[in-house]
Design a binder for this molecule. Structure first.
Ligand code: PLP
Length: 388
């Protein structure tokens, strides 16, 4: 499978999570779109683009089980979060509730918007190891108050690779009439995302991570009842659109147009979906998950530390974060793994504790995993350099 990707064959790539990786056939489609654009830019951007984008939204809508008109293509999940943050009507006394597992860039969006509007950011800790879904929802709800204007939670978190019980969280938010946004940067492609079943008000997801589309492809979903409250992040031709360029949806008009740009990455999303169908990706995913279960078990043996998922495999999919002994210098370990064994894997501090996060994707072999385990074991027993 690795030969189907453009990845360096000499690197053991265990960090699909950060930026994804695109298979050759999908990348070829991406280049074809760019060539098509360059062949006749006016025809492409001026007359054909809306139709191409619509086809790409239909394909994604089918994949995510929602009406394609509830989806708009954007370059990345950060962009989607900024759109929602800028569209909320926030003021002094209002509260945005997030967890302590959220991605750093997203936390910055919420801190920025709170500073600007006078709202408060409430960061609710979800303790580890996790117990069960109900316990996670109950812990999150300790941060809810009468002033909560939005709950923001990852579908699969970045630092802890934790699969949050988002259907339960969205159901409880709806019962309490609190808008909720899900950060699905890591979810589509890693697990089944059914937007209808999830029931979020806002959901943003990356196509360039686990769906394996080219970089710069992502989407924002907004529930129909909330679409009229969405503002364009970049004001362009879609604001007060000429009748001949309007899609008939304010949501799409406001967000789809923001000046001249290359849409090729988003237009290649149907090819990424087709790649998953052609290579029976549900089976590949299941194989990766089984390999990951094995790695998680082995890593706990090597480190002597329990996993953060309480041994429950439902809390992770193709990515898992494992705690490291407290005295491990994570930068030193990361460099050691890359310099001595060409293993690309993130090692970092989260909430003051050292972690390593492993991604298992279809291109990773059992041999690569064994090499990684060997290198980690060697490091922990011989090379470890303490932070103190
Ligand atoms: C949970 C989470 N949210 C959002 C993002 C941002 O994704 P992007 O950089 O594509 O906007 C990431 C990136 O890794 C992430 O892990």
């Amino acid at each position: 499978m690795k030969s189907k990707f453009l990845l360096d064959p000499d690197v053991i790539f265990l960090n699909h999570g950060s930026f994804g990786a695109t298979p050759r056939p999908v990348f070829d489609v991406y280049l074809d779109w760019q060539r098509k654009l360059e062949k006749q830019p006016v025809l492409f951007l001026g007359r054909e683009l809306q139709g191409y984008l619509e086809q790409a939204r239909i394909s994604l809508g089918h994949y995510l089980n929602t009406n394609p008109n509830n989806l708009v293509y954007i370059p990345n999940a950060t962009f989607g979060i900024n759109i929602i943050a800028r569209s909320l009507d926030l003021g002094q006394g209002d509260e945005i509730l997030i967890t302590n597992h959220e991605y750093g860039a997203c936390q910055r969006v919420w801190r920025f918007i709170c500073k600007k509007t006078g709202a408060s950011l409430i960061k609710q800790a979800i303790s580890l190891p996790v117990k069960d879904d109900d316990d996670i929802v109950d812990q999150l709800w300790r941060g809810v108050s009468q002033r909560t204007k939005l709950i923001f939670v990852s579908h699969i978190s970045s630092p802890t690779a934790l699969a949050f019980p988002i259907e339960e969280i969205c159901a409880r938010a709806r019962q309490n009439d609190i808008p909720i946004m899900i950060d699905g940067a890591h979810a589509p492609g890693q697990t089944k995302v059914d937007l209808q079943a999830i029931g979020a008000d806002y959901y943003t997801g990356n196509c360039h991570k686990w769906m394996m589309a080219p970089k710069g492809s992502a989407f924002l979903y907004v529930r129909p009842e909330r679409q009229l409250s969405i503002e364009p992040l970049i004001v362009s031709w879609g604001w007060e659109p000429e009748p001949n360029i309007s899609t008939g949806s304010q949501f799409l008009d406001y967000l789809q147009t923001w000046g001249t740009r290359d849409h090729s990455a988003c237009l290649s999303v149907p090819a990424a979906i087709q790649f998953q169908i052609d290579y029976k990706w549900e089976e590949v995913r299941a194989g990766c998950h089984n390999l990951l279960k094995y790695v998680v078990h082995k890593m706990t043996e090597i480190t002597g530390l329990n996993d953060i998922y309480s041994g429950s495999e439902g809390f992770f999919h193709q990515m898992a974060a494992l705690p490291l002994p407290e005295d491990v210098d994570t930068l030193h370990l990361k460099d050691f793994l890359y310099e001595t064994a060409r293993i690309e894997i993130p090692c970092y501090q989260w909430e003051g504790h050292p972690y390593i996060r492993i991604s298992v994707q279809g291109y990773n072999s059992a041999e690569e995993i064994e090499q990684f385990l060997l290198a980690l074991k060697f490091y922990i027993s011989h090379e470890r350099r303490g932070t103190g």
